[in-house]
Design a protein around this ligand. Structure first.
Ligand code: ATP
Ligand code: MG
Length: 745
């Protein structure tokens, strides 16, 4: 069947179009303008606008403005903004339920005339009491016996403002013993003496949701009225109204889907408003909030939010989605798109004593596996800053960065070694005096010096100061009860971080990956302030496969609630996030899985590179462990550590690493042996790669011509061919650089 795999809403829509029930689909997004929209609304927006778009229909944006005391124009603007920012267009003008007040009033008159509605005059309390309970029937108030004339007269006077609030209400006359409590003579109108932000003081009565909503749908010619599950029982009123009023077809039908809930946050305008009023957050667009405005200011893209909505799908059962899924979506979106740059959050000065002068190093903005153009100049001089944690005087075993006895590569630049450690009176390291190796420059290294890693740095005089804002989850508990569950560390500010100058001078990008630190977004305004959108994650597993795997995992999470951690797991989780700097998603996976956790700790003993090792374990090893026991694995934690070592010192590329992993898990051979026997070492020799590049270009004259004629995408083709010709061994960064150079000759 063509319908298979579609969600239930789309199946309904397809069926209705096929059967000719409607010739065109009309949906609507009907928010109440009493707050800023949140990511739950994004889900509703993506469903309503998405379905209309897919099936050639239309979607209205309707402000459900029936409560004058909580609504205002600022919220209307925020709602319009959110829909547009997500990339949707509403049909015609924005609509307002308040514009239908006269029509709605007439429908009410008609119901009264039909004997189907009456003015009730008992108190709110009595109304509740008379309604009965789920197990006992309710009873009607004596006012239900009023004549049509009396009802018409009272209702008219209610409208004219002759009564006080609560004195009378208009109710539908349905069934006080209905098993559906909602059908026990629901309220249709109430008296409210307040100035409406659009209708002014014209009305002293306002329609209730249950009355206004179905009829507004009908007035607009809506076909599918999609709402969240809590309105399931209201559907009977919806149908009763449309049927009782004998409205001309076509008529709308209501369908319900599960509301979006996410852990570690709150998702209701009322609760968000409380956070604002209590100054827990700075406003509706605080980057820690799940509001669209907050996510946007944090640096989320509409693409990521929509892809998140698509991944969680449309379900009939309520569940809590793990916030890690949202974080996955933004990483997945930004990873291939944004430039990668160097920054230093906790600077340690390094003076390179044997370097004089100044140079600018051309460095690619994009990682080697992203066939995207763009580079920037990195200034370099004898004074630079590195991250404090990238130097250790007394390193533990397996520390691969700079030490008094261990040289390190400055990424994209030279290898340096430490000559002298300068300390202040209290013994803090304040400066490193270093030496560089002139023939060790990245890309043309003939120094023969072996280093175990490359670290980031910025040049001291050209580096720019920025403020960095590191956000964490707003609540410390998965299902927050209230303000007492707020995470006190949800915002950490680093006032004087350093960034390479290109980031400030770059006028086309405002999102960057700060290597090792995460994805960042520049706040608008004069001051250079960067919000961390999300920390980094996995850097080596093949993207596509990872995507698929995550999605499978995520679907499973959606089905059930997130299980809280045991105290032991919490301790591990804390340690992994705080001490090992693992991101929460990875730490969460490790902490909750005994076998993975054990494997991880053993690998760490061999080689102290927590992030890289944890990533491989939570992805590749975890996959193996789905079908095997620990003792059935053919590789050891040490093998994983060795593999990571080779990756980090660039002996092999990520692509090759993947293959090596597969072979070692199949054959049980040590990774170092696999690499040596099969000659998988990465080719870094520029002239060798250049000859392959020239050869590939020479063999593909037609594609070269198309490229020259403007099909820039073919650059990816050439890069792919060169990689293929070297069995994936050529250093992709160099391939990228040379292909671009040669193609543009
Ligand atoms: P809140 O509780 O945050 O105030 P609401 O349901 O009162 O939300 P409305 O402005 O009335 O918000 O909702 C507009 C539309 O968005 C409705 O169709 C509603 O069902 C939908 N919606 C609101 N919250 C969610 C959510 N968490 N998940 C999916 N849809 C939602
Ligand atoms: Mg509401």
């Amino acid at each position: 069947m063509a319908n298979r795999g579609k969600d239930f809403l789309r199946r309904v829509v397809e069926e209705d179009l096929k059967s000719g029930k409607y010739s065109k689909i009309v949906t609507r997004f009907p928010p109440e303008p009493n707050g800023f929209p949140h990511i739950g609304h994004a889900k509703s927006i993506s469903i309503n606008f998405g379905i209309a778009k897919e099936y050639g229909g239309e979607c209205n944006l309707r402000m459900d403005d029936t409560n004058p005391t909580t609504e205002n124009i600022e919220f209307v603007e925020a709602l319009k903004d959110a829909v547009e920012w997500l990339g949707f267009k509403w049909s015609g003008d924005v609509r307002y339920t308040s514009d239908y007040f006269p029509q709605l009033y007439n429908y009410a008159i008609k119901l009264i005339q039909m004997g189907k509605a009456y003015v009730d005059s008992i108190s709110e309390e009595e109304i509740r009491e008379y309604r009965g309970t789920v197990t006992t029937a309710g009873r009607r108030s004596i006012y239900a016996e009023r004549s049509v004339e009396e009802n018409l007269d009272l209702f008219n006077r209610m409208r004219n403002g002759e009564f006080k609030e609560g004195e009378h209400v208009l109710r539908a006359k349905i069934d006080m013993s209905s098993p559906n409590m909602k059908m026990r003579d629901p309220l249709l109108y109430r008296i409210k003496r307040a100035t409406h932000f659009r209708a002014g003081d014209k009305w002293a009565i306002y329609p209730m949701y249950d009355f206004a909503h179905p009829l507004s749908d009908y007035i607009e010619g809506v076909t599918h009225s999609i709402c969240t599950l809590e309105f399931e029982n209201n559907r009977d009123i919806y149908n009763w109204l449309i049927e009782t009023l004998e409205l001309e077809p076509p008529r709308p039908y209501q369908y319900e889907f599960a509301r979006l809930n996410i852990n570690y946050t709150v998702m209701s305008k009322r609760k968000i408003l409380e956070l604002i009023e209590k100054n827990v957050v700075s406003g509706w667009d605080d980057p820690r909030l799940p509001t669209i405005a907050g996510l946007r200011r944090r640096g989320y893209t509409p693409e990521a939010i929509l892809s998140f909505c698509e991944q969680i799908g449309v379900a009939k059962a309520n569940s809590i989605v793990d916030i890690a899924q949202l974080e996955f979506a933004i990483r997945d979106d930004l990873n291939p798109k944004v430039p990668r740059v160097m920054s230093v959050f906790k600077p340690l000065k390094v003076t390179i004593e044997n370097y004089s002068g100044f140079e600018e190093i051309n460095a690619s903005y994009y990682p080697h596996d992203v066939p995207k153009e763009g580079s920037r100049k990195l200034p370099f001089s004898k004074e630079i800053y590195i991250e404090q944690e990238d130097f250790m005087e007394n390193p533990p075993k397996g520390y691969y960065r700079l030490t008094p006895n261990q040289p390190v590569r400055l990424k994209y630049a030279y290898i340096i070694s430490c000559e002298k450690v300068i300390k202040d009176e209290s013994g803090n390291i304040v400066e490193i005096r270093a030496r560089y190796y002139p023939n060790s420059k990245s890309g043309s290294d003939s120094s023969g010096i072996k280093v175990k890693s490359a670290i980031q740095w910025v040049e001291a005089n050209s580096a720019k100061k920025i403020e960095v804002r590191l956000y964490d989850r707003l609540f410390k508990t998965e299902i927050p009860e209230g303000i007492e569950d707020i995470n006190p560390n949800s915002l950490k500010i680093i006032e004087n971080a350093l960034i390479e100058p290109a980031v400030i001078e770059d006028k086309t990008n405002n999102r960057f990956q700060f290597e090792r630190h995460g994805y960042f977004y520049r706040e608008s305004g004069e001051r250079a302030v960067f919000n961390r959108i999300v920390p980094l994650k996995d850097s080596w597993s093949k993207k596509l496969q990872r995507g698929r795997r995550e999605r499978v995992k995520e679907r499973r999470q959606v089905e059930g609630r997130v299980i809280p951690m045991t105290p032991e797991e919490k301790i591990l989780f804390e340690r992994y996030t705080k001490e090992h700097n693992l991101n929460r998603e990875v730490a969460n996976t490790l902490a909750r899985d005994n076998r993975l956790s054990q494997f991880y700790r053993e690998a760490l003993q061999e080689f102290n590179s927590p992030i890289a090792i944890a990533n491989i374990i939570t992805n590749e090893v975890a996959r193996e462990l789905k079908v095997k026991n620990l003792d059935e694995l053919k590789f050891s934690p040490k093998d994983i550590a060795d593999l990571v070592k080779m990756l980090e010192d660039e002996t092999i590329s990520t692509k090759i690493a993947k293959g090596v992993f597969e072979e070692m898990s199949r054959s049980g051979k040590e990774p170092i042996r696999i690499v040596e026997e099969r000659g998988l070492q990465q080719i870094n020799d520029k002239s060798l790669i250049l000859s392959v590049v020239k050869e590939v270009i020479h063999r593909n004259p037609e594609n070269l011509k198309k490229f020259k004629d403007g099909n820039r995408r073919l650059q990816g083709f050439f890069i792919g061919e060169v990689l293929k010709a070297t069995n994936g061994k050529a250093n992709p960064k160099i391939v990228n650089e040379l292909v671009i150079r040669e193609l543009n000759r």
